[in-house]
Design a protein around this ligand. Structure first.
Ligand code: SF4
Ligand code: SF4
Length: 138
């Protein structure tokens, strides 16, 4: 990644990761979904019902379980046989932008065989180098 892009993502957009790779259309990210609203993950079905008035994406989801993170949803647009999205051309922006780093802050993770990877914008080596430089001036 060039320095300008790195600067833009990390300093302007305050991102820590950027996406590489390509979707393999396996459909795994359309199941086992957590929903984050402001700073918390939705735990309660009544609260979720209110969210359904806010965005059409929420109307596609149905609860399939709950764990210690929150309610777990599955999207009803996922074709159970082909594992393809039934509304691929008109899917919401949140699906087009997946995965984003917010996924990690919700306790989620990419499936092992997802075609995308989230790479740190500033590599571990760069962080180490920066911290060495700073310590020289102390
Ligand atoms: S709308 Fe399509 S891409 Fe988005 S979660 Fe549902 S099945 Fe997946
Ligand atoms: S899990 Fe990854 S590869 Fe599979 S559909 Fe989602 S984004 Fe694409």
């Amino acid at each position: 990644m060039n320095n300008f892009k790195k600067f833009f993502l990390s300093k302007i957009l305050r991102r820590k990761y950027y996406r590489t790779g390509k979707c393999k259309a396996c459909g795994k990210c359309c199941t086992q979904i957590y929903v984050k609203h402001y700073k918390h993950v939705i735990q309660d079905e009544k609260e979720f019902e209110k969210l359904q008035y806010l965005h059409r994406f929420y109307t596609y989801l149905k609860v399939i379980g709950k764990d210690d993170i929150g309610l777990i949803f599955e999207c009803q647009n996922l074709d159970p046989e082909t594992h393809k999205c039934k509304i691929h051309r008109t899917r919401p922006g949140i699906c087009r932008r997946y995965p984003q780093e917010e996924l990690f802050s919700m306790g989620g993770a990419l499936s092992d065989d997802c075609g995308y990877k989230m790479e740190p914008i500033i590599s571990f080596e760069e962080v180490l180098e920066k911290s060495k430089k700073n310590s020289r001036f102390r």
